[in-house]
Structures are given as C-alpha cells and as structure tokens.
Ligand binder design. Sequence first.
Ligand code: CP
Length: 337
Amino acid sequence: MSLIGAMESAPVSDEMVVSEMPSRRHVLDLDDFSGTEITAVLDSAKGMAEVLGRDIKKVPALRGRVVVTLFYEASTRTRISFEEAGKVLSADVINMATSGSSVEKGESLLNTALTIQAMGIDTIVIRHPHSGAPYLLARHLDRVGIINAGDGMHAHPTQALLDLFTVREKLGSLKGRKIVIVGDVLHSRVARSNVWGFTKMGAEVVLCGPTTLLPLDLLGSDGGRIPSELASVKMVTDLDRAIEDADVVMALRLQEERQQGGFLPSLREYIRRWQVTETRLQRAKPGALVMHPGPMNEGIEISSSIAHGGSSVIEEQVTNGVAVRMALLYQIANRSS
Ligand code: CP
C-alpha cells in the first residue's frame, strides 16, 4: 500500500490510501485483466470508499486532469457515478451527450474523439451502442485513456468490477463462490464482462435462461471458439436447478425489444420460469446475495419483494460503483505512458 494524493501543502484529510496498480492506459474489458490486477483495483476501490465515507468527499488526486463522458446511449448509474467519481478526485468532468453536439450533423465517432483529444482531455469514458467502439478509439487516439462504459452487447467492465467489489465486500472472498446469472444473457454486456471477472477470480459461473437467450457460442457450438479460461462456465435452462447452493443470484434486465424478436415463448411463461422469487431463493445458500445491474423490470426478471428485500445488494452495487470508478479514473490518469 502507498500513500498517494497528498498535495505537499494539503491537510492530512486530503490524503487517501490506494493500492499500487499496474500501469494501464485503457479499460476495455476484463479479458485482458489478470486476477492480480483485478484484486489491485478492488483494493484501491476500498481506499476510495473510505474517502466517500467522509463528511467532505473531496481529495486533490486528479486536480488539473480533465475527463469527458461521451455517451451515445442512455445511462443513469454509469454516467452519474463517473461524474461523481471524477469530481470527488477533483478532476474537471465534462459530460457530452450526442444530442446538441456535432454528432447530430453527422460527425463520425472517430472525428468526435480526435476533436476531444485535441482539446487536451486526459480520459474519455465512452458508452456506445456498437460493440467495439471503445477499441476503435483506443487504436487511433495516442494521448487519451479510454474507459469502456458499455459497448453494444459486448462488454461493461466497470459494472463487472463493481459487482466483484460488492460480492467481496459482502462475502469476504470470491474464490469458489457459485454465481448464477439469470435472464437475457445473450444480449447482456454486463454478463459477458462478469463471466470474465468472476472466472478470473476463481468463482464458478452458471448462466441460466431460455436457450434462445443463452450465449451458446461459449459452449463452443459455433466452431469451438470458447476461450480455455471460460471452460468452467456452465449453462442451465432450469433456474430451480441452477440456483441450488448459489452464493450470488444476479438477475438481468429483460430487454423489451427481445419480446418482439421471437426470443421468448411469452412474457407470462418467462416470468413463471425465470423470475427470481422468494421461493426460488430458498434453494440458494443461506445469506445468498441478490444482485441486478439495473435498470430493473420489477415483476418480470425479479419480484419486487426480492428486489427490495434483505438479500438484495442492488443499492450497494450502485454505491460501490462510485468507488470503483474513482479507482479506475485514478489508475488511468496516473499511467506511466
Ligand atoms: N448498469 C448500468 O449500466 O446502468 P445505466 O444504464 O443506468 O448506466
């Protein structure tokens, strides 16, 4: 552990303790993180959570740095928590929505990002409906760090890191834990990043949902392309079976547009077979956690009593998102190259 962020003339309360983290310019997904690096981010987030618990939530760690949030898709949790994270660390945070910008005149993503880079911005946090958009920026921008805040169906690494942090805080460890992720896994960038994150931390991941909403490519059914690190991931359609002895049950939002796409038998059937309910949760381990990345469809993928009940850590996930994003902004801004 090292003491970082204390300005020479700053009072002691401006200090914060963060873990040493490997140098990294971008956060695009968790597939290129090692378990050691994930642990370092979670340890650093713990130090950031301590800052957030103070009466005055402000440290000078990123004074003089500029962060742009560039969101091509709607967001409540991710965008606001990045803004809060940057401001607590004293960065200047500029929120850019596509409406009202030159994107409306047809400016391309790359030209928009190059324009932002030319203004001397340090970090771009991007959400985009197309998978791979953050990778395009990472390839073409040479002076800006890129953080993926969700790209299409592909990845949402900062959500996965806050999920890992939440489970570690509540259960103490991740290794050997049984994590059941249920719902529309196929279209979920949260699930994909969590599969990488939990697996790298030694947890057992079970994906559950209708066959039409499971990512069967993970089983190697489309040419055996399953990465060997994910060989332990299981897929089960029966939620009552999947949930047996689970340490964590994570429900995913059923994306409304899927109902029209022939992915579901019917909404009523979906609720009957895959909703996380009190009865089902009794099959999990005592003290099992219920999670949801949000936004929720209460009464569809999760019952209201479970969403707001004693097992739910859904609000804690949101709270922890600020600390985890502080850790990532700090790491990216202080990279060595
Ligand atoms: N979990 C999540 O990404 O929520 P938002 O879409 O509100 O950011």
